[in-house]
Structures are given as structure tokens and as C-alpha cells.
Design a protein around this ligand. Structure first.
Ligand SMILES: [Fe+2]
Ligand SMILES: [Fe+2]
Length: 287
């Protein structure tokens, strides 16, 4: 099975590639800036009408249980706070393509979505528990970590059955098979898109090293949080897909964050609770 397409070609040719969530990225930068204000965050949200509509719908969803209806975006930003709005914008703007089926990896509609949200929530939880890195940064990095799969899944659709057979026969991690067959893997594609989108460096690193955290030099706590959250989500069957069983877990990620293998069980229990809570927040996106 010779490689017939380069990494650059796949990114250039795939017309279904997720588009840059420009407004959500601007919101993120503004909310993170020391001079950021609720007013300017609202201004960026309003630049994207679809996003503005989703933010209002979410603000008025049962999850927040507000006593009166929020009428405007600036009001929503003030009531929910810049931090919540920032994460909510990133989810709202990536939701349309995260919920599509990713056939190449045998992911049903919404399976990638629950995996992405699961890894976001998990990475956020681990970051705040270990106080290793900003929980918000970990959330967004987790949400976007498998973006390369969304792109590559389109092209891998017909190649995957043969690749899964190779992985099973060799008992090899699936990203290694992607590299063997294609010359690159979904983490390379993700890193490439992350660079094209001008994402903050730690997010690009999470996209690139989430299956091989020990190779990230210098080490990155965001990468470790995402790697552990990815493993927990897959162990829960969230977005396991056809490839999920063929990845390696690095215990060094736990050690670097000051955690032990025993902590993993406790993290998993807490994760289930948090995930249920958080996914309720986004139910309004389907209406
Ligand atoms: Fe991955
Ligand atoms: Fe993943």
C-alpha cells in the first residue's frame, strides 16, 4: 500500500477540512489578554452571527438555570463570565464538524464529539488537580487534539480496513501504522492545521504529541494532561473508533504530573461525574 498523497496535499485538497474558528480564536486571545474586557469579547462574538446565536442559546439553556432570559451577547458575557464564554465559544464553533461521522476511523456521528469533549473535560480536570497548567488551556487543547483525525478520516475511509488488519497483526500502536502506510499520522496532520490556524504553541504540541508525550522536548504539562485524558476517554469507550485499542499509554506522563497509576482510577471516577455535568451544558446546541 504505497503512499499516494503527501501531508501538504491532504491539507490542501481536503475541501471538507474544518474551517478556522476565527471568532472563537479571537475571543480566546481577548479573554486571555491582561487588557481583555467583556465588551471586546462580546464584540468578537458578534462578528460571527452563527456563533452569537449559539452563545445566546447556550446562555439561556436549562444548564445555567438563569431566572430571566439573556437578550444580548454582551449581557451573556457579563453573566456567564469571560472564562466560561471562551470555552463555550470554542465548543460552539467546532461542534458542527466534530459531530459528523469520521468514517475513516469507524466513528459514528457524534462519537468524535463525545471523545473531544471528554478529553477537553478530562484534561481540564487533571490540569486543575495537579496545578500544572491553565485548566482552560488544557480544555481547549483536549477539545482539538484529534483534529487531524477529522481531516485524515475523510481520506482514510477506504484505506482503513487494511490498516486495521496491519495494526492487529503487528500489535502496533495505530499512529505507527499511519506513519508506515502514509508517511505521517493524524497527529502530524493536526499539528499542521494547528499551525495554519495560528493556535498557541501548547495546543499545537498537544495535537502533535498526545500519543507520544515522552517525545515532546521540552516536556509539556498540557501534552501530559491530554495524553492521560485521551487514555481515560478511550477506556470509557468514548470515540474508541476502529483504532482506539492500538495506542500506547505512557506512565511517565503520570509521573511528570506527580500522579501515580493508582490515581488513574480516582481520576476516572471523577471524570465520569464531570463529563455528565459538562455535556449537559451543550445539549442546547442541537436545538
Ligand atoms: Fe489521537
Ligand atoms: Fe484522542
Amino acid at each position: 500500500m504505497a503512499n499516494t498523497i503527501t501531508l501538504e496535499e491532504i491539507v490542501a485538497k481536503t475541501t471538507d477540512l474544518p474551517s478556522v474558528p476565527t471568532a472563537a480564536l479571537a475571543v480566546m486571545r481577548e479573554a486571555d489578554s491582561p487588557n481583555g474586557s467583556a465588551e471586546s469579547v462580546a464584540k468578537y462574538i458578534l462578528q460571527d452571527q452563527a456563533l452569537a446565536a449559539r452563545v445566546l442559546r447556550l446562555a439561556n439553556s436549562a444548564f445555567f438555570g438563569l431566572s430571566r432570559k439573556v437578550q444580548t451577547v454582551p449581557e451573556a458575557v457579563v453573566i456567564l463570565g469571560m472564562r466560561s464564554v471562551k470555552n463555550l465559544c470554542m465548543v460552539a464553533s467546532t461542534y458542527p464538524w466534530m459531530t459528523r461521522p469520521v468514517k475513516g476511523y469507524l466513528l459514528e456521528p457524534k462519537a468524535m464529539w463525545s471523545h473531544a469533549l471528554g478529553v477537553g473535560v478530562g484534561a481540564q480536570m487533571i490540569a486543575s488537580k495537579t496545578q500544572s497548567v491553565s485548566p482552560d488551556l488544557a480544555f481547549t487543547a483536549g477539545l482539538l487534539h484529534d483534529l487531524g483525525k477529522v481531516a485524515l478520516g475523510i481520506w482514510l475511509e477506504n484505506k482503513l480496513p487494511a490498516m486495521l488488519k496491519i495494526a492487529a497483526a503487528m500489535e502496533a500502536p495505530f499512529d505507527a501504522i499511519e506513519r508506515k502506510v502514509l508517511g505521517y499520522d493524524h497527529t502530524d496532520v493536526g499539528g499542521y492545521i494547528g499551525e495554519a490556524w495560528n493556535l498557541p504553541e501548547p495546543m499545537i504540541l498537544a495535537m502533535r504529541y498526545h500519543h507520544r508525550p515522552d517525545e515532546c522536548k521540552p516536556e509539556s504539562a498540557v501534552v501530559d494532561c491530554v495524553h492521560i485524558a485521551d487514555t481515560i476517554s478511550m477506556s470509557m469507550g468514548m470515540g474508541l473508533g476502529g483504532d482506539g485499542l492500538y495506542y500506547e499509554f505512557s506512565e511517565s506522563s503520570l509521573t511528570r504530573l506527580g500522579l501515580t497509576v493508582d490515581d488513574l482510577g480516582l481520576l476516572t471516577d471523577e471524570f465520569i461525574e464531570r463529563f455528565e455535568e459538562q455535556s449537559g451544558m451543550f445539549e442546547g446546541l442541537d436545538n
